[in-house]
Ligand binder design. Sequence first.
Ligand code: NAG
Ligand code: NAG
Ligand code: NAG
Ligand code: NAG
Ligand code: NAG
Length: 327
Amino acid sequence: MGAFLVLLVAASPAAAASSRCHSGDKAALLAIKAALGNPYHFASWTPGTPCCDWYDVDCDDSTGRVVGLSVFQDANLTGAIPDAVAGLAHLQNLRLHHLPGISGPIPPAIAKLSNLSFLTISWTGVSGPVPSFLGALSRLAQLDLSFNSLAGAVPASLAALPNLYSIDISRNRLTGSLPPLLFSRAPQEAYLRLSHNNLTGTVPAEFAAVNFAQIDLSRNGFTGDASTLFGRAKPAQQMDLSRNDLSFDLSGVELPEQLILLDVSHNAIYGGIPAQVANLTNLNFFNVSYNRLCGAVPAGGNMASFDAYSYQHNRCLCGAPLANPCK
Ligand SMILES: *[C@@H]1O[C@H](CO)[C@@H](O)[C@H](O)[C@H]1NC(C)=O
Ligand SMILES: *[C@@H]1O[C@H](CO)[C@@H](O)[C@H](O)[C@H]1NC(C)=O
Ligand SMILES: *[C@@H]1O[C@H](CO)[C@@H](O)[C@H](O)[C@H]1NC(C)=O
Ligand SMILES: *[C@@H]1O[C@H](CO)[C@@H](O)[C@H](O)[C@H]1NC(C)=O
Ligand SMILES: *[C@@H]1O[C@H](CO)[C@@H](O)[C@H](O)[C@H]1NC(C)=O
């Protein structure tokens, strides 16, 4: 019987992990629960049961340590992010999503989670800065702080992170300019989403060296030349630069060949539309409206799928699908 049990446990690491619970992890989780006022959400978090079985908790199968905490979709949770999260020493994935009652700043305790790779705090009432102490999270790969009330600048400390390749801080109240070296150490194609903030300044020239797969800078106050983001060999599939104050000559720009979406509407972009756009076989959204462009709208390829609304309100664009023919 004893031998049988040992065999069973050895053959089933998941069961082994869930039957265990590190006492430090358990203490930290119970402290989180207490700090939030013992809400109903954590009813399964009872001291008599293994914490790896608790709702929202994920343990590593081999070590039995808590590596994931994912709390989402509960408007009844209120209060600040508890400092007690720092007690989850092995945490790799922290996700606080759709918790509108969670408020206050992002606590420094988060910076103690040295193995954190994925940090999501989104759709919450969290305010204050995007803390520069996030630059201490050397394993951080993905940072999602979208849909909060964060203010201030994107901290330069994020640029030093060697594993970080994805940042989403869209829909906040960010101001200031971008750190020039952001993603200069990115280990792979980068993802940057900063839409709906009040960011200003130019798109850093250093971004020319970053391989963005997706970049969304829409609805900010960026100015100047963003042509450094383009290039035929760039891996970009989605580029949304709409509703800024960008001003550069589009004629000389080479478009990334894998582009699916390109929106540069509502800027002050001049020159003409590169003929190469007609060669982009994957392009299915294209919008250059509300700029200062001139010259012929390219024809051929996918161009027939874009109507006049993709081109409206420019200085002197001409040709189909616009009503005015080129002279
Ligand atoms: C939130 O609280 C209300 C009222 O106490 C309750 O009816 C509801 O089930 C709670 N929602 C969740 C997700 O716990
Ligand atoms: C951090 O992760 C590495 C590699 O995944 C692991 O070897 C190490 O034990 C982890 N440390 C903690 C504190 O979880
Ligand atoms: C940006 O700033 C303007 C003017 O100060 C303000 O009206 C607007 O609400 C701000 N937008 C955001 C997303 O913070
Ligand atoms: C578009 O593709 C055709 C056929 O591959 C090629 O001959 C032409 O040079 C390309 N045009 C541009 C502007 O890249
Ligand atoms: C392009 O953007 C303009 C301005 O925001 C908008 O009116 C138009 O509908 C857009 N076109 C397409 C095809 O989405």
